[in-house]
Design a protein around this ligand. Structure first.
Ligand SMILES: *Cc1c(COP(=O)(O)O)cnc(C)c1O
Length: 397
């Protein structure tokens, strides 16, 4: 008999009942150090006092009105995002997937209204992840995500990661945009080198194409800049944001330049819940903390500390780990052991991590994780590695 919850997830056998900062407390009382942060969502940890205050204060006043009316919290968050980024305008969604849907619609409408109606194609990259909607899976294009769900939304071409020749060859008169994650998340924490992002910007300018960045996972302070593309010194035309921006409350956004967005006039797009007062009150509280230069500087300092300790971990457990990669506090342990086994040995050592493609274990801690917690995280990862080494040894003898 089918379970009452549609069984589309492979869940680990833990039930967390409370969160405190970087810690998750299991129903049986065990305390797990949370290096997953709800997949880069709980950017300021669990039950952050500033976010709890913003949410509960708004909860006592007004939850939802729909976008039939003015929403001051939405206006305030849009103003903060516009002030802090390349963007001139923002549309709010409830998730990253919905941000992808709008990014695709925005590109098509931009060229349609410019009289270039055949210009509908978007080039995306192998190993990417943009959500699970029709546009999202067509954009990612992988067999794993699309099999059985055809016919797929047309208008996407796929190029291998780092295949410069393939990319140039894929561009033709119908190409409207390039869509890419500055750091691939699900794809295995693969950062795009700064010069490649610059190259993509140049290529888009050369061909009159729009550059869409998916910063759903790598944005909102995760890499030590407010948004990851800032490291390359370039600006996109359209950017998808979600995960960290709500600090745990469902919230997403599409940020865009006036040029890219100008065809999206009244009636062209909408959302019942998008930009609701609760989500935006929390989003404002997140931005007030994360966008502070001192906060981002501390993310960079802690990222350096964490990475250095992880290099040591890799060096002392060469049969389990192969290397460390990533940017800021978006780190990946490339594994020699099966990444799923590393994640599960981590559970035994009371540390929560997230698997990704390419046999990587993702470390996406709250951005306000403390130095002591970073040291404790590495101690627990050591314990997990030792457990795997012992298991491998006893299997040999
Ligand atoms: C998680 C993610 C999405 C999808 O976001 P949802 O909120 O799950 O819909 C899209 N793009 C990237 C890069 C992501 O990591």
């Amino acid at each position: 008999m089918i379970p009452s919850v549609l069984p589309t997830y492979n869940r680990a056998p833990m039930t967390f009942v409370k969160g405190e900062g970087s810690w998750l407390i299991e129903a049986d009382g065990r305390r797990f150090l949370d290096l997953g942060a709800g997949i880069a969502v709980n950017a300021l940890g669990h039950a952050n006092p500033a976010l709890v205050a913003a949410l509960t204060d708004q909860a006592g006043k007004l939850w939802h009105t729909s976008n039939l009316y003015q929403i001051p919290q939405q206006q305030a968050l849009a103003d903060k995002l516009v002030a802090a980024t390349f963007a001139d305008t923002v549309f709010f969604t409830n998730s990253g997937t919905e941000a992808c849907e709008l990014a695709v619609k925005m590109v098509r409408k931009h060229f349609h209204d410019a009289g270039q109606t055949d210009r509908t194609d978007i080039i995306a990259f192998e190993g990417s992840f943009h959500g699970r909607s029709a546009a999202g899976i067509a954009a990612a294009g992988s067999e794993k995500m699309t099999k059985g769900f055809g016919p797929l939304l047309p208008g996407f071409k796929h190029v291998a990661w780092a295949d410069h020749e393939g990319l140039r060859a894929a561009i033709d008169e119908n190409t409207a945009a390039i869509l890419i994650e500055p750091v691939q998340g699900e794809g295995g924490i693969r950062p795009l080198p700064d010069q490649c992002l610059k190259g993509l910007r140049d290529l888009c300018d050369e061909h009159g194409m729009l550059l869409i960045l998916d910063e759903v996972q790598c944005g909102v302070g995760r890499t030590g800049k407010l948004f990851a593309h800032e490291w390359a010194g370039i600006e996109p035309d359209i950017m998808m944001v979600a995960k960290g921006i709500g600090g745990g409350f469902p919230l997403g956004a599409v940020l865009a330049t006036e040029n890219a967005a100008s065809a999206m006039v009244a009636g062209t797009h909408g959302s019942t819940y998008g930009g609701n007062p609760l989500a935006c009150a929390v989003g404002c509280a997140v931005m007030d903390i994360v966008a502070e230069p001192a906060f981002l500087a501390d993310v960079n300092r802690k990222a350096g500390l964490f990475r250095q300790k992880l290099e040591g971990l890799v060096a002392s457990h060469p049969s389990v780990f192969e290397g460390v990669r990533g940017a800021g506090l978006m780190l990946g342990l490339q594994c020699k052991a099966l990444n799923a086994d590393v994640v599960s040995a981590g559970y035994d050592a009371l540390v929560a991590t997230v698997p990704a493609a390419d046999n990587v274990v993702r470390l996406l801690p709250p951005l306000n994780i403390t130095d002591d917690e970073i040291a404790e995280a590495v101690t627990r990862l050591e314990a997990a590695a030792t457990q795997l080494e012992r298991a491998a040894e006893s299997a040999r003898t």
